[in-house]
Design a binder for this molecule. Sequence first.
Ligand code: PEP
Ligand code: MG
Length: 859
Amino acid sequence: MQKPDPQNPDVTLITPTSPVTTPTHGGRAKCLQRLVRLELPVPRTVALSFDAVHRIAAGEMPDIAALLDGFGETAILCVRPSSGDPDWGGPSAILNIGMNDARRDALAARIGAEAATALYLRFVQAYAVHVARLDPDSFDEIDDAGPAGLAEALRAYEDEAEEPFPQDPVVQLSEVLRSMARAWEGTTARLLRQARGAPADAGLGLVVQEMALGVGPGECGSGVLQLVNSETGQRQITGRYLSQSQGREALQPGTGALYLTRDPRGPSLEEAEPEAFAQIRTYAELMRRKLRAEMQIEFTLEDGRVYILDGMRVARSSRAALRIAVRLAEEGIITRQEAVMRIEPRAITELLHRQIAPGAARDVIGRGIAASPGAATGRIVFTAAEAQASAARGEPCILVRRETSPEDIRGMHAAVGVLTERGGMTSHAAVIGRGLGLPCVVGAARMRFHHKRQQITTPDRRTFRAGDTITIDGTSGEVLLGAPETIEAALDESFQTMMAWADEIRDIGIRANADTPADAATARNFAAQGIGLCRTEHMFFEADRITPMREMIFADTAEDRQAALALLLPMQRADFTELFRIMEGLPVCIRLFDPPLHEFLPTDRAGLRDLAEALDLPVSDVTRRVEAMGEYNPMLGLRGVRLGITLPEIYDMQARAIFEATLDASREGAPVVPEIMLPLVSARREVEMVRNRIDAVAAAVRNERKQGFTYRLGVMVETPRACLRADEIAPYTQFLSFGTNDLTQMTYGLSRDDAGRFMSDYVQQGVFSEDPFHVLDTDGVGELVALGVERGRHSHPGVTLSICGEHGGNPESIAFCRAVGMDYVSCSPFRVPVARLAAAQLALERPRPVRDNPPVAES
Ligand code: PEP
Ligand code: MG
């Protein structure tokens, strides 16, 4: 049997010195202790530890009579949950424990019969539904708050529970505690909180507090107050107060609650009870400073006297969280480091999106749920495979599905936005869309989706087909025709400040993977320190380039090939000049041509005929040649540097375009030092041979232009052999960049393009803990990377090391890259801010050991 003595941590009265901690009693209990230490008027509160509550769930009740004794004979109590993190949820609070027939009569003398009856009724209703678990319908429908309603509730209780409503406060409190303890241990609650990040064994504490009643004579009531706006994070006193109310009733709409501060919309607490208001406000300011957080406070007035019942961290949008953290640090309440640690890197994505310009004309063709913010314009595609094909051609697309499933993941990665007919905020499309920072509108049920016919019909009977351009506005839920003007994400001052602090702290460089001028502009906007991967193959799918490309592929002789490449050269030069201009002297790493050539060839009859016409050859010839170029397994065939060895003219042309663009762009702005990267290397000799040719091109360009320039040559380490042989490859290069997409594919022997079919089964059954294409497999693939890093650095200590696979923007993968000593990570532009913040948090959590050869934090 345990009594609420302050030395017993399991059932302890909250005093300034009682042994209450968040890990043993939960956040609410700890917060209440802080309020007690600040000498705020907190009603008497007893905290039950996680252990005590766990034992209650198992049937071992502490000495409730002794606990009640401490509160005195006439006290009315409430019990509230206190878990390790408020986001993990918990059972709802139960108010007015202790009400029974006798107390109702006694209280009636003090606060009036009406108020006493209402309290009793409210307790019977809550107890019946949440504690005795009777049918809520029988209790919720009681409208009469007077004696008749109470009698009805007591009768309904007796009918359903087959016993009278318990009159003994010991029984009442014991049952309340037991039901709350059991609710926490139930499977549903456990799964729910685990989904919110709680550990499997997360504990629940409970606090038993004397009620300040909020009803009765004089000014009585309750309310909540906070000093910031939860949506924007701006300083603004928000909340409501309702006379003759309890708990959070003031927040329910239609109750006629008062505003807190003077407000043109209606009467306010500030005007009605200026002294109480000033007092509550002072308490709130004190809490903010001393608890070092924006708090929402729950208060009660009892005959004009203020009580503070509870304080909790203000609920907040991502934008508000950022602004709050920055301001607290600017006011010196927390440190900059703490501010940086307070923001969940993934939450930053919400702030980063392009929006439709406010004045832009909107031709709305449908509406759905705004599931993931931002505006995206692209051509309609109906399958994930088409989305991937479209992305490979460099054409932005909107993936339109009835609903998405795990098989669509790759298509979603490839699309710029997703539109679905079905689903809500937590549907697959919505959850994944938000995770990827991909604008997403779901549940556009009034649009008709005809997947077979590849059409959508709008409510006003307009029909659109695959290939038509639409825009989705994931912020408003609208689907618009065409491409309305958009504006870049609103990266306000707080965002910039937070990012600047993160940049001061982090010790690993962050670049972006960017193939197009638009990507590069986004990368700059998010302060990427350069481009870590520009995939050049996308540049060749454009209509005016595909024909010379095909002519080049079909050329029989080196001269014919040169002639076709001569057409492509100026286009490539213009591509690179533009990228260099946008990046203004920051490093730009251009990867030479990677994909299998046959990807550029037509597959259908019409395409073959067009090509035959262009080449002035019979269709049969063209068909035979196309078939001959087919490979059984193109991802492992003639691609990457193998093309550079067998058809060296392509790389010659690209190198020339890069060097000429370097000189052109340097003439106009900051000097450019281009980086040239060779894909799919597996042997030293490949690097040596290609390097010799590229050096020769550089010499030729210097000679022709009579101008000097430098460049850096590097190798993409994306085959297991390149990792293993990094020691002999590294001396031929200035940098090694780990292409973990291909490396994962080859390490697992698992096709990147087919993994989606069964990955969800594998993850669900726990075969893989995560999809290794999304989160770097640090055990297997990671071991190869670590070997590559170590061997590369051993033979070439000054070599720059980085990652440019999709994993580069994933906070867990960044931790790995940093731990093995990489100099920078490169990720998609929208993940750059996430990476900057994640990297800063890593640096704060675990400073990097000083190496003999410290990484150059890029600037
Ligand atoms: C990689 O393989 O990790 C990579 C970045 O290249 P790609 O995805 O273009 O094959
Ligand atoms: Mg690759």
